[in-house]
Design a protein around this ligand. Structure first.
Ligand SMILES: Cc1ncc(COP(=O)(O)O)c(C=O)c1O
Length: 414
């Protein structure tokens, strides 16, 4: 199938990794859920920053440092607009979603939770939104509640409601889109319910941020985290959005330079948010790259991105459903750009290796969501995840390669 791309040249050409003359010629990259490839504009922005604009920020008295600071702080304003945050003070640069979630647990959690309080997560969480809460459970005696998986692969709404009922839940922390299945959670409704029950809400937006616009004020969440590398930006940087009134009541997570007003041996005064949460020299180039990634995504526009993904999803579901012996994990009422599946008689790791021989890159394993796979009675699946550069041909190549693996593993006649 060939796709009419809405009067726009296909964006694959914007990504040097797919250069038909380059070392990865012909690659069908279907692992954007793990990390997305980078457009030339992001690579160029990072490289130009190092080549012509590099200096440390917030402390230099010379022009180069002031310009670097402006560029870095400019991205904070840009991210605030991208998420429709009320103020750039609500945007904290972190290493990625993992650090953002740990910051919430170890700063807000340790300051505001006590033994007997509960944190509610869903059965669909990435390990990064499970383990920080388990640590608080083991260290300070909070209760960790898990809203169950529904039979259709979505969240069990009745169980979510029931687990909020006694008013002990002080924070509900759940994913926007499940990375192991592609299930889209009804986040706006879950936020409203959790808030009505008196809880704060954190959303893990790692898988949602490259696929749809996010408006933190419309969602009314208290925290939203994501990693830049899944949004076509660099590794090593990410965003923690926090409602300002909540951030103001949180102690620092890490301490050191760049987050203090005054330091004496007897006392230290910390800066206001967001600087209070950004100790030490940050990933300045990564932040500049994130700004370029947001520019790139916005240059395509959400309407194009969402329409493109809708076409690819429908096409993927149709071609995968015709492969005998292939079972797609259910993703509830709505699926985003992820197909997680098993193939009878072929272990996901073998499948991943054989697909690689066909120049098709997928992920195989537990996807850092072991409890969710356990719910399905599995320890591993194969996962194909979409980026905006994918074309229906990539999915055709996936299916051809799966069929080749099936032939390889078919029982041989004596
Ligand atoms: C839903 C979800 N949450 C959190 C993470 C962790 O992201 P990172 O490793 O970039 O911190 C991932 C990464 O796959 C994810 O998919």
């Amino acid at each position: 199938m060939s796709l009419i791309l809405h009067n726009r040249p296909h964006p694959k050409a914007d990504f040097p990794i797919f250069d038909p003359q380059g070392p990865n010629a012909g690659l069908a990259y279907l692992d954007s859920g793990a990390s997305a490839q980078k457009p030339a504009s992001v690579i160029e922005a990072v490289s130009q920053f190092y080549a012509t604009g590099y200096a440390n920020i917030h402390r230099g008295v010379y022009k180069l440092s002031a310009t670097a600071t402006d560029a870095y702080e400019g991205v904070r304003v840009q991210v605030a607009k991208f998420l429709n945050a009320a103020s750039e003070q609500e945007i904290i640069f972190v290493r990625g979603a993992t650090e953002g979630l740990n910051l919430i647990a170890h700063s807000w959690g340790r300051a505001h939770l006590k033994a007997g309080d509960a944190v509610l997560i869903s059965a669909m969480e990435h390990h990064a939104n499970i383990i920080p809460w388990q640590i608080l459970r083991d260290q300070i005696g909070i209760e960790l509640r898990v809203a169950a998986l529904a039979a259709d692969g979505g969240i069990d709404r009745a169980d979510f409601t029931a687990k909020l009922a006694d008013g002990k839940v002080k924070l509900a922390s759940f994913t926007h889109i499940a990375n192991a299945t592609g299930a889209v959670l009804p986040v706006a409704e879950l936020v409203a319910e959790a808030k009505a029950a008196g809880a704060l809400v954190a959303i893990d937006g790692c898988q949602a941020i490259p696929h749809r616009p996010v408006d933190v004020q419309a969602l009314d969440c208290d925290f939203y985290v994501f990693s830049a590398h899944k949004l076509y930006g660099p590794t090593g940087t990410g965003i923690l959005y926090g409602r300002l009134s909540v951030l103001e009541g949180m102690p620092p997570y890490q301490t050191g330079g760049d987050m203090v007003a005054t330091v004496r041996f007897d006392k230290t005064e910390f800066l206001e948010p967001p600087q209070r949460f950004e100790a030490g020299t940050p990933d300045i180039a990564g932040v500049i790259g994130l700004g370029a990634a947001i520019d790139y995504v916005q240059s395509l526009g959400w309407a194009w991105i969402e329409e493109h993904e809708k076409i690819l999803l429908a096409y993927g579901e149709s071609v995968l459903s015709k492969v005998p012996g292939l079972t797609l994990l259910p993703a509830g009422p709505e699926r985003a750009g992820i197909f997680s599946f098993t193939v009878d008689g072929v272990h996901p790791h073998d499948l991943g290796t054989i697909l690689d021989h066909h120049n098709v890159a997928i992920r195989a394993g537990s996807h850092c969501a072991q409890p969710l796979l356990n719910e399905f009675g599995l320890t591993a699946t194969a996962r194909a995840s979409l980026g905006l550069y994918n074309e229906p041909e990539d999915l055709d190549r996936l299916v051809e390669a799966i069929r080749a693996a099936q032939r390889m593993f078919a029982p041989k006649r004596a």
